[in-house]
Ligand binder design. Structure first.
Ligand SMILES: *Cc1c(COP(=O)(O)O)cnc(C)c1O
Length: 447
C-alpha cells in the first residue's frame, strides 16, 4: 500500500495553531512556501508517515534557515577541495580575522601617521618572506591574475602558448578565452602532445609579446609527449627580452609528497625559475580564501599594479584579511596544524578508521570499508590517498543521499556500488555528533 495520503495538506498545516506565530512573523506566503517545500521533501524522500509535529518543526527550521545566505555543509565526500562546496575551508584563525575586518578597520590607513596606506602593505612582505619573490600582488582569483598578467605584459601583441597548455579551468571557462578577453591575440604553438623550443623561437620571430606557460594542475598527459625544460624556455625569453609568465594553478607552499600525494611544483621553486611573473590560486593547495596571486620581478609587478584592470580586479577587505591571516599561519609554521586542508590530508588512517567505527557503532549499521580520498578542486588529478568510509545500505541509495543533503547542516556524500559512502577525512571532528544525528534521522525516516 502506498501511504502518500497520510501527509496532511499544505493548507491544513499552515492553519495549525503552532504555526500562527510564524505566520505573524514571516507572513502567510512565506509559511505556505516553507510548508510546500517540507511536504515535497517528505514525498520525494518517501518519508510518508512523518508526524505532524515533525513536519511543523521542519517548517519552522526551514523558515529560520531563510536568514542564512548559504547553508552549512558537512562534506563527507572525501574530496578535500570540493569546488561546489566552496573549495578550501578556512582555518579558525582566518575566520576570526574576517570578523575583525567586517567593521571599520585600518584597511587603507596608517594609524601612526594618519596617512593613506596601501591595502596590500602587509601582503607583499609576507609573500617575499615565504617565497623569496621580489614583489607580489593579489587580485580576486587566479583567472583574474592571468587576465591582468596578459593584459599588462602582452598588450595588443600576441601571447604565445603551447597547444598542450590550452586548458579548461572548470565552470566552462577556458584559458584561451580569458587570454583573448585581455585584448592579446592567441598565438598557438606546437601540438597538443609535443611542443619544442624551436616552436617558441618561431613565435618570438612572429612577434609574440608574451610567453605564457600553464602548469598542468588539473589534468595529466602521458605517452608520446615532449616539452622543453622550463629553464630553456625562460632563458630563450630573456635572450629576446620577451616577458614570460607561468600560471602555476594550485599554489602549493608546502610539499605534497609526505601526504602520499604526487609531487606538485612549489611556489618557491617556481619563483626560483626566474619568470617575470607567476600566478596561482589562494583557495587550492594554499588552503586559504579565493584569491589570485601574482609574484615576480619588482619591475613587472609594478607595471601590473598600475594597470587599470588591477583596480577592477582588486580584493575587498574581507578577502584580504583572510589572505593575510592564511599567509601568517605559513609564516608561523602553523600551516600543518591549523589549515584544515593540511590537517585533513595529514590525518592517519587508523584515526579515520576509529571515527568511522564509532559512527557505525552509534548507528548500529553500515560497514567500515577501504575508500579513496582525493584532493579535488582541479589539483593533483589522478592522485588519491587511501582512506576509509562508512558504507550505508539503503535502497535506493539516491533517496538516502537526498535526505542527507536536506539535513541541517546538509550532509553531502557519494554513492559507490549502490551504497552511500560517508568519508571521515573531510568531516571536521567537531561535526561528528551532528553528522551521526543526521545520519540516524535520515536512515530512520523509513518508508
Ligand atoms: C584553477 C586554475 C585556474 C583558475 O584559478 P581560480 O582561482 O579558480 O580563478 C587557472 N589556471 C590554472 C592552471 C588552474 O589550475
Amino acid at each position: 500500500m502506498k501511504t502518500a495520503g497520510r501527509l496532511p495538506s499544505i493548507h491544513l498545516l499552515v492553519e495549525d495553531p503552532q504555526l500562527q506565530p510564524a505566520v505573524q512573523h514571516w507572513g502567510r506566503p512565506a509559511v505556505v512556501a516553507a510548508a510546500r517545500k517540507t511536504i515535497e521533501l517528505a514525498r520525494s524522500t518517501k518519508a510518508f508517515h512523518q508526524q505532524r509535529d515533525e513536519l511543523i518543526s521542519a517548517i519552522k527550521k526551514e523558515l529560520a534557515e531563510r536568514k542564512k545566505p548559504y547553508r552549512k555543509v558537512i562534506n563527507a565526500t572525501g574530496v578535500v577541495l570540493h569546488t561546489n562546496l566552496g573549495r578550501a575551508p578556512l582555518a579558525h584563525a582566518v575566520t576570526e580575522a574576517l570578523i575583525d575586518a567586517a567593521g571599520y578597520c585600518d584597511l587603507e590607513t596608517d594609524l601612526t601617521s594618519g596617512e593613506r596606506a596601501s591595502r596590500l602593505r602587509d601582503v607583499e612582505p609576507l609573500l617575499a618572506q615565504l617565497t623569496t619573490a621580489e614583489a607580489g600582488f593579489v587580485v580576486n582569483n587566479n583567472a583574474a591574475a592571468v587576465l591582468l598578467a596578459v593584459a599588462g605584459l602582452a598588450g595588443k601583441k600576441p601571447t604565445a602558448i603551447s597547444r598542450g597548455h590550452l586548458v579548461e579551468i572548470g565552470g566552462g571557462f577556458r584559458l584561451p578565452t580569458i587570454i583573448e578577453a585581455s585584448g592579446s591575440p592567441l598565438l598557438e604553438i606546437g601540438t597538443t602532445n609535443r611542443t619544442h623550443l624551436h616552436d617558441y623561437e618561431e613565435a618570438i620571430k612572429k612577434g609574440a609579446g608574451l610567453i605564457l606557460l600553464v602548469h598542468r594542475s588539473n589534468f595529466v598527459m602521458t605517452g608520446y609527449v615532449a616539452e622543453p625544460p622550463i629553464k630553456e624556455i625562460v632563458s630563450l625569453a630573456k635572450q629576446h627580452q620577451i616577458p614570460i609568465v607561468l600560471d602555476l594553478g594550485s599554489g602549493a607552499l608546502i610539499p605534497t609528497q609526505p601526504f602520499g600525494l604526487p609531487h606538485e611544483m612549489l611556489v618557491q621553486d617556481a619563483v626560483q625559475a626566474d619568470f617575470d611573473a607567476i600566478c596561482f590560486s589562494g583557495d587550492k593547495l594554499m588552503g586559504g580564501p579565493q584569491a589570485g596571486f601574482l609574484l615576480g620581478k619588482r619591475r613587472t609587478i609594478d607595471v601590473l599594479r598600475k594597470h587599470p584592470l588591477a583596480r577592477a580586479l582588486r580584493c575587498d577587505k574581507i578577502q584580504l584579511a583572510a589572505v593575510i591571516a592564511t599567509l601568517q599561519l605559513y609564516q608561523r609554521q602553523e600551516a600543518l596544524s591549523q589549515i584544515p586542508i593540511w590537517q585533513m590530508l595529514a590525518t592517519p588512517g587508523d584515526q579515520l578508521r576509529q571515527r568511522a567505527e564509532r559512527w557505525k557503532n552509534v548507528l548500529g549499521q553500515g560497514d567500515v570499508v577501504v575508500a579513496q580520498d582525493t584532493v579535488g578542486g582541479g589539483t593533483l588529478p589522478d592522485a588519491s590517498v587511501s582512506s576509509v568510509a562508512l558504507a550505508l545500505d539503503f535502497r535506493p541509495a539516491e533517496i538516502l543521499q537526498k535526505r542527507l543533503r536536506l539535513e541541517n547542516p546538509a550532509i553531502v556524500t557519494h554513492i559507490e556500488n549502490d551504497r552511500v559512502y560517508v568519508h571521515p577525512r573531510t568531516v571536521a571532528v567537531v561535526d561528528d555528533d551532528v553528522l551521526v544525528m543526521g545520519l540516524r534521522r535520515a536512515l530512520l525516516a523509513q518508508e
